[in-house]
Write a protein that binds this ligand. Structure first.
Ligand code: NAD
Length: 320
């Protein structure tokens, strides 16, 4: 059994709010830290939505939900938020400078025993190990969106992570109901994002370049048995994080298509305040997105053929 009873989550966004709620549901005492009251309030609202999801999908009862709420606290004071933490999980934006600044600020405030983990999707723990001021007590612990259903956690060391840290963090993952995925070496994107990010990028390229509609890309995925297609996934991940990943890796690699995909998400979504599932609109509208409707994958009425021919015709203006 791990000694990690008190968790602090930095960053109350899409993933941070899920990690916090889920860990509290599983019995951990959790403090959520956000830089503004507004972000913390949005996390509380998300937690009420998760309460409903945990009731309907996991069969949680009133006692479970009330105990979960009691184990949760919210703070905009970093020093107070980490003062008693056994483990801090960082889930701030996927922007290296933002993460480094948070780790450096926190390093001066942490109790000596506290372990630190990053939930970064595509960056390496060795990028931030020195900023934490405690490299031996630091590793990556990466969760998937919809943590309650996609219950795996990827654990990844950097060269200075101690064996004790890996033991405690992996035990913590098991205690909160995760299947631990052990990375044997550092890898940008761990196991899952090493294939998910290229898949989502390929799907986004088809739309950015005007080759196919998001709905048709998703149909090709869903008809092979998947539950949520690439554009449903992009909505779930959220446009901010997708844009951060594409623009950072686009600039690092000089990949023009990646930069075009980042620009597409910026102009079509971010500039219009459409952040994906969290704001009720991204590629799809929520609740009740089109891809969940029974007719989405049905063989259509033959009357739709002229519309499809218009889409395919070389005479039609290029949407790209
Ligand atoms: P998000 O934009 O939804 O949330 C980020 C949160 O961090 C926001 O609440 C923001 O206000 C807050 N924040 C910004 N600066 C901060 C600071 N200095 N201190 C504290 N909080 C700060 O992003 P997200 O999608 O939740 O992603 C967060 C991390 O989790 C990223 O590293 C991302 O790669 C990773 N992740 C995301 C997903 C996903 O599906 N969205 C899945 C796995 C991992």
């Amino acid at each position: 059994m791990s000694s990690l009873k008190r968790l602090t989550v930095l960053g109350p966004g899409v993933l941070g709010s899920q990690i916090a709620w889920h860990s509290a549901f599983k019995g951990k005492t959790v403090t959520v830290y956000g830089i503004t009251q507004d972000t913390v309030d949005r996390c509380r609202t998300a937690h009420e939505q998760y309460a409903a999801v945990y009731r309907s999908e996991l069969g949680a009862g009133d006692v479970d939900i009330s105990a979960t709420r009691q184990r949760l606290a919210y703070s905009t004071d970093l020093a107070a938020a980490v003062a008693e933490a056994d483990l801090v999980i960082e889930a701030v934006p996927e922007i290296p400078g933002v993460k480094t600044a948070v780790f450096e600020e926190m390093a001066k405030l942490l109790p000596p025993h506290t372990l630190v983990a990053t939930n970064s999707s595509t960056l390496l723990p060795s990028d931030f190990a020195s900023a934490t001021g405690r490299p031996d007590k630091f590793c990556a612990l990466h969760f998937a969106n919809m943590i309650w259903a996609m219950n795996y956690a990827e654990v990844m060391a950097h060269p200075l992570t101690s064996r004790e840290t890996l033991t405690e963090v992996t035990e913590f993952a098991v205690e909160i109901g995760m299947v631990p995925i052990a990375l044997r070496k550092e890898q940008n994107g761990y196991v899952a994002n090493s294939w998910v990010v290229p898949m989502l990028s390929a799907a986004q390229t088809l739309v950015t370049n005007g080759i196919a509609t998001p709905e048709d890309v998703d149909r090709t995925y869903l008809l092979t048995g998947g539950k949520v297609g690439p554009f449903g996934m992009i909505d779930m991940i959220g446009m901010k994080t997708c844009h951060n990943v594409l623009s950072y890796w686009g600039s690092v690699s000089g990949d023009a298509q990646m930069n075009a995909n980042a620009e597409y998400i910026k102009t079509r979504f971010l500039d219009r305040g459409l952040l994906g599932l969290q704001t009720g609109r991204g590629y799809y509208e929520y609740p009740d997105p089109a891809f969940e409707r029974p007719d989405f994958l049905a063989v259509p009425d033959i009357a739709v053929v002229p519309d499809l021919v218009t889409l395919m015709s070389p005479e039609t203006e290029d949407p790209a």
